[in-house]
Every structure is written in C-alpha cells, then in structure tokens.
Design a protein around this ligand. Structure first.
Ligand code: ATP
Length: 296
C-alpha cells in the first residue's frame, strides 16, 4: 500500500504543479505557436530556487538546424534584478523568453537558474517558478473569478479578491452584473486589452513566482491605462527576478541591465544612461522613439 500511495501523493504534487503552469504554458504556446518539444531526462530533480538568479551562458539556438536565431547570447541577472531585452522585430527577444521557460533546449551554451542547468531539472518545476504576463492574455470561457484563480487551486475567494484589488481590477469587476461570477472570454463579456492585462497580473500575484517574464504589449493601450499598468507591473516585479521583453524603451529606463539584441547577437548592454551616452544602436532607437512620440 505504501508503495502505491507514495507515488500517488507525488503525482498529486506534480499534477498541481502542471496545472499551475498550464496557464503560462498556454501563454507561451501563443508565443511559440507550437507544442513543446522538450522531454526531461529520467530521474532529474526539481529545480530549487534560491535568490532566483538567471544566467544565459553563450546561448546558441535555432528552431531548425539551417537557421541560427540566437548566437552567443550571454547575460546574468541577479536575484530580484530586472533585465530588459530590446531590439528590432525578429531579433530573437521572445525566443529568449521561450528558452527560459524551457520550451526548447539550447543547442549551445547553457541557461541556469540559481546555478542549475535547465536541462538537468524537471520542466514542470521550472514552469512553476516562472510567471508570464504575456502581450495578449487568452481568457477561458468561464467566470472572471475563475480566470484569475486558474492554476492556483488553493486560492480562496478572499485571495482572489485581494489579488484583483492589487491588480486594480476589483472595482471594475464590482460594476459587472454578476461580479466575480460574470462570464468572460469569447462567449462572455469581452474585456479590453488593459482589463485582460490586469487579469494576467492578478493571476500572477496569486501564483507568486520568484521569476517573471513580462512580454510587453506591442499594441499600445491609451496612455493613462498604459501608465497605470506599467506601475502595476513594476510593483509585481518587486522582489522578483524580471526578464522583460520590451517594445517601447520608456519601460526599460529603470532596468538594472538592458540588452540590445540584433539578429540574435547582443550588440550593446548596460543601463539606460550608459547606453544613451554610448551613442550607438540604443541611443538611435531612443532618439527615434522620442521623435515618434513628438509627432504623435
Ligand atoms: P518581435 O519584436 O517582432 O516580437 P522578436 O525579437 O521577439 O520579434 P522572435 O519572436 O524571438 O523575435 O523571433 C526570432 C526569429 O525566429 C524570427 O526570425 C522568427 O521568424 C523566428 N521564429 C520564431 N518562432 C519560430 C518558430 N516557432 N519556428 C521557426 N522560426 C521561428
């Protein structure tokens, strides 16, 4: 009997971890447009997260052998630090996020969390440690309360409400005809881009992961909403290691390190002021955005 119950308990834990990371999996599917291909080596231990240090060591990667996408990407984010990845479309920014989530294994170099090579730990444990706030959150055809609690099955109504308040969506929910029981998604109430992002933020507050991937929306929200959501994301990032995929430079000004990616290579790195002073690619991108903001 013991021989049976022990593995079953163990499976229970694994199952919960899988469920918890399901939602992030879904978001990352959207990022990856494909099913995961990574299989754990038998008997590998779960990831043990300490401070949450994320390290890319000369990472090489391609979706197929004929076309390298990342070429020697190297960076190191201390636990609790924020790294922003910027660069032109197609440079490989989202690929970095997918690799950290271990959607694929690197073809050269290594990715480590707190010194553990991702290839040597269980994927479910990696995904349990990482929260994803995606560009565009996909909602389930269910209630808004369910959508916030999804994956955090131990969350009580109070926990859900607390998270919703912290994500500044509680007041909006209270204006809905059935409050937290209002159906949303394709067959229910359609939420705006900003409201969906707040659902994603509330969900991540409940998951409480030590590491965050923020994939900034390319489609701009109105400036007021934008600024509020930025502030909420900054709060969410407090005390967590953050990997931010940034499309607008205004959000990376405070990052501990900015990595400028071009055609899969890191061409510049450093803090905002240093990169501006450098007068290179980043300074150029910054000047272009400033000019665009002025015309707008
Ligand atoms: P954007 O700012 O437009 O989102 P990005 O910097 O995030 O771009 P990635 O999405 O990482 O860029 O894509 C990098 C390159 O990898 C692109 O050339 C893209 O076509 C290619 N790519 C992305 N996903 C796949 C995939 N699943 N299979 C094959 N190639 C892919």
């Amino acid at each position: 009997l013991i021989q049976i119950t022990v593995p079953l308990n163990f499976l229970g834990t694994v199952y919960r971890e899988i469920r918890q990371s399901m939602i992030d999996m879904r978001e990352m599917y959207a990022l990856a447009d494909t099913a995961p291909e990574v299989v754990d080596r038998p008997g590998v231990p779960p990831l043990r997260v300490g401070e949450g240090r994320v390290r890319f060591r000369d990472v090489e990667f391609g979706y197929g052998p004929e076309r390298p996408i990342l070429r020697g990407v190297d960076f190191d984010v201390a636990g609790g630090g924020t790294l922003a990845v910027v660069g032109p479309s197609g440079a490989g920014k989202s690929t970095i996020a997918r690799l950290l989530f271990r959607f694929y294994d690197v073809t050269g170099g290594a990715i480590e969390i707190d010194g553990q090579d991702l290839r040597g730990v269980q994927q479910t444990s990696i995904r349990a440690a990482i929260g994803v706030v995606p560009q565009d959150t996909v909602l389930f055809n269910d209630t808004i309360g369910y959508n916030i609690a999804y994956g955090a099955e131990k969350a009580s109504r109070d926990d859900v409400e607390r998270a919703a308040r912290a994500a500044r969506i509680h007041d909006f929910i209270m204006t809905l005809p059935e409050g937290y029981d209002t159906m949303v998604g394709e067959r229910g109430l359609k939420l705006s881009g900003g409201e969906k992002q707040r659902v994603a933020i509330a969900r991540t507050i409940l998951k409480d992961p030590p590491i965050l991937i923020l994939d900034e929306a390319t489609s701009a929200l109105d400036t007021g909403t934008e600024r509020e959501i930025q502030a909420e994301l900054r709060r969410l990032g407090q005390g967590r290691t953050v990997l931010m995929i940034a499309h607008r430079l205004s959000t990376v000004v405070d990052a501990d390190e900015i990595v400028v990616l071009e055609a899969g290579r890191v061409v510049e790195r450093g803090r905002h002021e240093r990169l501006l002073a450098l007068g290179g690619r980043y300074a150029e991108m910054w000047a272009r955005q400033e000019a665009e903001a002025e015309t707008a």
